[in-house]
Design a binder for this molecule. Sequence first.
Ligand code: ADE
Length: 222
Amino acid sequence: MKIDAVTIFPEYFAPLKLSLLGKAQESGIVEFGIYDLRAFATNLHNQVDDTPYGGGAGMVMMPEVWGQALDPLMSAETDLIILTPAGKRFDQSMAAKFSKASHLVFACGRYEGIDDRVRQYYVSKNYRVHEVSIGDYVLGGGEVASLVMIEAITRLIPGVLGNPESLAEESHNEQGYLEYPNFTKPQNWRDIPVPEILLSGNHGEIAKWRAEQAIERAKENL
Ligand code: ADE
């Protein structure tokens, strides 16, 4: 999978070199391209934003610079993802869908967002365009949101996780269940013992207990 991101802060994407994502890159499963939006600015001061038409606080990112940056990246293979708190809520099932894509482009807006004509333009040219939010809170920009999405999406690509069984085990989470609580050694820690059932060796009963616990936990965290 090819993943591109356009941002005024390319340094935000340094963590892509770490851990599973770094390995996935080395093995050629994913390829990242990080583009500095300012390199596409057309005016003297490399300005990328301006005041909003109609008035109001904040600045809006100008369409021309975004058009210049995105045009060379877009193809029939591309899913363009525009990060905005007003977008569709990202969840595990959306991650699963994007994990089957071949080319993702993340457009990281800052300030009050990107001039809406950028979205309108690529929609009008029949590209697949998605406005996505990672949750009901406002971040300083789309960079951290992109990283969250990239991590959730890429770990679902075959070959990225060391142990593919952990994917199979959590697959039901896509239907909205949370995971059961986990325990490892020692058997007793600060007078808190590991639940007896997990030491029983009875796999049927263990699976049943874990399912109950997962539901309990989901209810508590509603
Ligand atoms: N940009 C600012 N806040 C955001 C959010 N919650 N999700 C995606 N992009 C954003």
